[in-house]
Design a protein around this ligand. Structure first.
Ligand code: G3P
Length: 218
C-alpha cells in the first residue's frame, strides 16, 4: 500500500519524506488555507515546492465546478510539474472532466467520494485515483471501511485500474484496516503514519537490550 501524507505543511511533508516511506502528497483548499496559503500565485508556488520535496504524486485540486473551468484549471495544474495529479470533485461536471483528462493522458484523483456508486462512476470515467473519505463517513455513524471494501470488490470484479486512495484517514487503525482490505493508497496526517511506530513493548525491549549491553561492558 502506498503512503501519501494529507497536508500542505512543508515541514510535515519533509519529515514524512525523511522517514523514507512516503509515496506522495494530497492537498485540498482547506489544507492550503490551514497553512495560510491563499491566492492563485502562492498556491501554485506551494504545489511546486511540494513536488520538489517528494518523489511521488501530488494531488492539486481544481476550484472550478463547471466542465470548461475544470479543464482549463486542470491543464494548467498538470503543466506545473510531472508529479501533479489533478483533483476533481465527484459531481456531474467532474465526471465529464475525469473522462476528458483520461482521454488526454492527464492523471486525476476523484475526490469527495462517499458511495460505491460514485466510485464506480469515477472508474468508468477513467480516474487514476478515487478518494473515498472514510473518516468523514465514520463521523456520521456510517462505516467508512465498509465502503473501501465495497469499492475493492467492484474494482476487482471488473479489473478497473483506478487506484483506491483511502482518504480522510484519522488514525493508525484506519491505516492498518485499509491495508487489510487492500486499498492501493492511504492518505492521512503525519500522526497516522508515525503512530504506526509505537509499541510500548518495543520501548521496554530496547531499554532492556541497552541496559544489558552496558552491564556487559562495565
Ligand atoms: O484527503 C481528504 C481529506 O483531506 C479529508 O480529511 O480529516 O478533513 O476528513 P478530513
Amino acid at each position: 500500500m502506498k503512503f501519501f501524507i494529507d497536508t500542505a505543511n512543508l515541514d510535515q511533508i519533509r519529515e514524512a519524506q525523511a522517514l523514507g516511506v512516503l509515496d506522495g502528497v494530497t492537498t485540498n483548499p482547506s489544507l492550503m488555507a490551514k497553512e495560510g496559503i491563499t491566492g492563485e500565485k502562492n498556491i501554485i508556488q506551494h504545489y511546486i515546492d511540494i513536488c520538489n520535496i517528494v518523489d511521488g504524486d501530488v494531488s492539486a485540486e481544481v476550484i472550478a465546478v463547471d466542465f470548461e473551468g475544470m479543464v482549463k484549471e486542470g491543464e494548467a495544474l498538470a503543466a506545473l510539474h510531472p508529479q501533479i495529479v489533478v483533483k476533481i470533485p465527484m459531481i456531474e461536471e467532474g465526471v465529464k472532466a475525469l473522462k476528458y483528462f483520461s482521454d488526454h493522458g492527464i492523471r486525476t484523483n476523484c475526490t469527495l467520494v462517499f458511495s460505491a456508486g460514485q466510485a464506480l462512476l469515477a472508474a468508468k470515467a477513467g480516474a487514476t485515483y478515487v478518494s473515498p473519505f472514510l473518516g468523514r463517513l465514520d463521523d456520521v455513524s456510517t462505516d467508512g471501511l465498509a465502503l473501501i471494501e465495497e469499492i475493492r470488490l467492484i474494482y476487482d470484479n471488473y479489473a478497473y485500474e483506478t487506484e483506491i486512495l483511502a482518504a480522510s484517514i484519522r488514525h493508525t487503525m484506519h491505516v492498518v484496516n485499509c491495508a487489510k482490505i487492500g486499498a492501493d493508497v492511504m492518505t492521512g496526517p503525519l500522526s497516522s503514519i508515525k503512530g504506526l511506530l509505537n509499541h510500548p513493548l518495543t520501548d521496554i525491549g530496547l531499554a532492556k537490550f541497552l541496559e544489558d549491553y552496558s552491564k556487559g561492558n562495565q
